[in-house]
Design a protein around this ligand. Structure first.
Ligand SMILES: [Zn+2]
Length: 310
C-alpha cells in the first residue's frame, strides 16, 4: 500500500439528497456519486441507505485498487460528534441515531460523524475561500441560516452539539415568527426561503430569493425593500458574529451567496456601518459549492484517523 492509494469514504446526507465521494487525504475527489435520501421512508430506511452507500463506496475503492482508510458522514440537525450520535434532525427524522458506530461496524473502518454546516465550514476554511485565514466564520444561507466557527482548521461543536446557530440570533423582536417558534430570528428575515416568503406575502405573487434579487436590481420598489431589509438583518447578525468571534474572514455559502455582488456589495457596506472598534472581516463567497459538506466529512474522518493513531 502506498500513501497515494488511500481514500476516505465521505457522505453528506441532506433532506432530499446524499452527496457521496471517495476523497484523497489532500482533498482531491477521485469518485463522486449522488443518491436520493427519500426521508419520507422514515429514519431507519434512511440509515439503511447510508450504510449501503458507504459500503458500496468502500467496495468501489477496493475494486479500483484504492485503500479506504476511514469514513466520514455529515448530517443536518443537532449532532453529538463526540458520541457519534445524530441527536435530532427535522428534515431527515433522526432521533438519537448512533450513526458513527453503525457505520464503523458495517465498514470496519474508523468513522466520524459531523454536522453538515460545521464540516462545510471546515472544508471552506481548509480548502476553500477561507484558506490561510486562521479564524473563519462560515455562514450557510439557504432554507435556513447556520454557521461554523473554524479556528486553525477545527470547528467548534459546542457543549451540546448545537454551536453555530447564528440563524436564531434575535434581530427583529417584532419580526416574523421563526421555525423555532420565536419571532424575529435572523433566519425568519434573511434566509432564502424567508426572502421569497416575505415578497410573496407583500406582492401576492410567489417568487424565489434569486427572483427578488433580480427584481430589486431592476428597480422594482417592493423587491428592493424586501432585499434591503434582508441585507440589513444579515448585517446585524454578522456584526454580532464578528463581535463574538473576531474572525479574519466570513465565508458566505448556500443558495443566497449565488446572488453575487447584489448580495455582497450592500452587505459589505451594511456590515462596515455596524462595526465600531471591531476589525472588519474579509467577506467572501464560498468556493466549494455544494461539495463542501462531502469534503468536510472526509476531512473530519482524516482528523479522527490522525487522533486514533496517535
Ligand atoms: Zn429561530
Amino acid at each position: 500500500m502506498t500513501p497515494g492509494d488511500e481514500v476516505v469514504v465521505a457522505l453528506d446526507v441532506g433532506g432530499t439528497g446524499m452527496k457521496c465521494a471517495l476523497v484523497r487525504p489532500d482533498g482531491a475527489t477521485v469518485h463522486a456519486e449522488r443518491h436520493a435520501t427519500d426521508a419520507a421512508r422514515g429514519p431507519e430506511a434512511v440509515v439503511g441507505t447510508i450504510l449501503d452507500v458507504a459500503e458500496g463506496l468502500a467496495g468501489k475503492a477496493r475494486a479500483d485498487g484504492l485503500t479506504p482508510v476511514a469514513c466520514g458522514i455529515a448530517v443536518p440537525g443537532v449532532v453529538d460528534e463526540a458520541r457519534g450520535v445524530a441527536v435530532w434532525s427535522a428534515n431527515v427524522g433522526f432521533r438519537d441515531v448512533p450513526l458513527r458506530d453503525l457505520a464503523r461496524e458495517r465498514l470496519g473502518l474508523p468513522t466520524a460523524l459531523g454536522h453538515d454546516v460545521r464540516v462545510g465550514g471546515l472544508a471552506e476554511a481548509r480548502l476553500g475561500a477561507g484558506r490561510d485565514a486562521g479564524h473563519v466564520l462560515f455562514v450557510a444561507i439557504g432554507t435556513g441560516i447556520a454557521a461554523a466557527h473554524v479556528v486553525d482548521g477545527s470547528a467548534a461543536v459546542g457543549a451540546h452539539g448545537a454551536a453555530g446557530e447564528i440563524g436564531h440570533i434575535l434581530v427583529r423582536p417584532d419580526g416574523p415568527r421563526c421555525g423555532c417558534g420565536r419571532p424575529g430570528c435572523l433566519e425568519a428575515m434573511a434566509s432564502a426561503s424567508a426572502i421569497g416568503r416575505r415578497y410573496a406575502e407583500l406582492s401576492g405573487a410567489p417568487a424565489t430569493a434569486a427572483e427578488v434579487a433580480d427584481r430589486a436590481a431592476a428597480g422594482e420598489p417592493l423587491a428592493g425593500r424586501v432585499w434591503t431589509d434582508a441585507v440589513e438583518a444579515l448585517a446585524d447578525g454578522l456584526a454580532t458574529g464578528q463581535a463574538l468571534f473576531d474572525v479574519a474572514t466570513i465565508v458566505i455559502g448556500g443558495g443566497l451567496a449565488q446572488a453575487g455582488p447584489r448580495l455582497f456589495d450592500p452587505l459589505r457596506t451594511a456590515l462596515r456601518e455596524r462595526l465600531t472598534f471591531h476589525r472588519e472581516p474579509r467577506l467572501v463567497a464560498a468556493a466549494l459549492g455544494d461539495e463542501a459538506g462531502c469534503l468536510g466529512a472526509a476531512l473530519l474522518a482524516l482528523d479522527t484517523l490522525a487522533k486514533e493513531s496517535r
